[in-house]
Design a protein around this ligand. Sequence first.
Ligand code: ATP
Ligand code: ATP
Ligand code: MG
Ligand code: MG
Lengths: 168, 168, 151, 151
Amino acid sequence: MKINRVEMFGFKSFVNKTSVSFSEGIAAIVGPNGCGKSNIVDAIRWVLGEQSPRQLRGNVMEDVIFAGSESRAPLGVAEVTITLANGNGTAPPPFENMSEIAVTRRLYRSGESEYLINKAPCRLKDIVYLFMDTGVGTRAYSIIDQGQIGGFIEAKPGERRILVEEVA
Amino acid sequence: MKINRVEMFGFKSFVNKTSVSFSEGIAAIVGPNGCGKSNIVDAIRWVLGEQSPRQLRGNVMEDVIFAGSESRAPLGVAEVTITLANGNGTAPPPFENMSEIAVTRRLYRSGESEYLINKAPCRLKDIVYLFMDTGVGTRAYSIIDQGQIGGFIEAKPGERRILVEEVA
Amino acid sequence: SKERVHEAIKAINEKLSLTFPTLFGGGQAELELTDPDDPLGAGIELYVQLPGKKLTNLNLLSGGEKALATLALLFAVYMVKPSPFCLLDEVDAPLDEANTERFNSMLKEIGREAQIILITHNQKVMEAADVLYGVTMEEKGISKLLSVRLN
Amino acid sequence: SKERVHEAIKAINEKLSLTFPTLFGGGQAELELTDPDDPLGAGIELYVQLPGKKLTNLNLLSGGEKALATLALLFAVYMVKPSPFCLLDEVDAPLDEANTERFNSMLKEIGREAQIILITHNQKVMEAADVLYGVTMEEKGISKLLSVRLN
Ligand SMILES: Nc1ncnc2c1ncn2[C@@H]1O[C@H](COP(=O)(O)OP(=O)(O)OP(=O)(O)O)[C@@H](O)[C@H]1O
Ligand SMILES: Nc1ncnc2c1ncn2[C@@H]1O[C@H](COP(=O)(O)OP(=O)(O)OP(=O)(O)O)[C@@H](O)[C@H]1O
Ligand SMILES: [Mg+2]
Ligand SMILES: [Mg+2]
């Protein structure tokens, strides 16, 4: 289930609707310090169901909603949609025959959150079920955050088990 | 009390007697990964009295003694001498009139350690007394270890106090 | 189950014997159970030997060596059980020029099968990518995606 | 004593109002006691405002912005109470080209008064140094110092 597209709206510094399409091979995201590169990684972690604000470098989950800038007022909602290719039919029923699956997550300043699969409202549980056994999700070795590369192998032997268990 | 010279012998990867002389201005230490650059910073921290092996990236203090390589056997002792300029007489009595002060630290594999000031044996307490109020020593802001630069400002408000107290 | 843990470690070590010498130009690394009789409870140690150096405790490795050893382990795990995509955020920052070259060639190898999305400031690593995405903040505080440049 | 803590914070903030805008090309930063009535016990917060952006919580800053804000604070403290020497080990690793330039010019300013010893892989930062020391491992596992090159 490769990533075909990520669309962000009101997520962190991506206040305008922004769409990034990815193809096969190696993609490099570049730009000056503070321009929003790591925010794209946060958007992907978030839409896949991440529940810990700390993991997204915030204190509370509302920190992912655009907080305003010199020229723009804060927004009231953050929304990210990730479109995954399902060419090899790895998704569980009833999604196995779809060539693409779009997952959307929304968060309002009120604290209310919404999840959608192919624009149809669902629960977080449905998203977790969708990704079960497909390898998508925040597996220990598929996302390496900025600054983490040095400390990874210093992890305690117990933490390294997770890596092996994902494979076992 | 600027650093005039650092001499290492048997300290980590510096198995041969190696001397580095520093002058005024900006000095840059360069070289490939794993060649021994950060080991020089460890040597300076160690000779100034560092007591925690973790701060020197080891488990026990003996980890600073050359542990051997493909072509060389392990050594039984590590020794570092730092020579500091005392041109402005900031050192306390009886050192105030010396233009240079040399501090040496030795560690034997047996665990025995020796400290010397200008080649005369002394105790760790004497070295701590020598550096009191001169600003030398492992002040919070005079040595920034590799990988620390991102986490420094995330420190808790209590830890930031140390920075202000050094100045007060 | 017990066998699956032993098998997973064996499979990762097999790939590690490829990725580690490729990234370091020699040497070896291996995962081992802290207690082989208790595969379901024991922790897992990583033993690393750099070319020409003694077997060391992971803490004594340099910043660049730690990053490279981590990449060797990640790529090995990736070869055993590929994940649909791999996101790497400035993992090349501690590497010197020679190790960046080796990282690049490994990246190209893995990139043939897997989708890799990486963030970097290093010109040399950008050259290894098939597609570049530029992010900018022309309007302060607001991120914008620039057009994509194909390499 | 209480006055000394207040004075130290005031003195650091004065210098921070120089170092921060120089490194970021604008914006401001300030240290504040979490409880001004208890200077000997309270913690110290750092408030940071980047040019054109809202005041943010330090966690939300990017990797490069955190490094640069730390350098602004360090250099400010350094100006208030210089320490005999300053050792910086790869502090420039997270910085992009523009911020590396600004870091370099700040380094040269501080380097006029203080002794700075820095470790770097970045060619541009090496050019800011007065003296270069090369370390090599011709014989594997054994460090050797190369001759010094004056810039
Ligand atoms: N909720 C939010 N609203 C507005 N801006 C935000 C929000 N959360 C984070 N930001 C801004 O995003 C910026 C950080 O972006 P990011 O971490 O993606 O940078 P980066 O491109 O990875 O930079 P670097 O190269 O330094 O790592 C910060 O300046 C921060 O102020
Ligand atoms: N007691 C010891 N005996 C022999 N070698 C040691 C000892 N302690 C550390 N080393 C070696 O020193 C090397 C690390 O050196 P150091 O951390 O100074 O590298 P570096 O030049 O800073 O590299 P980088 O650019 O990756 O940060 C390791 O390869 C380690 O094996
Ligand atoms: Mg980043
Ligand atoms: Mg180093």
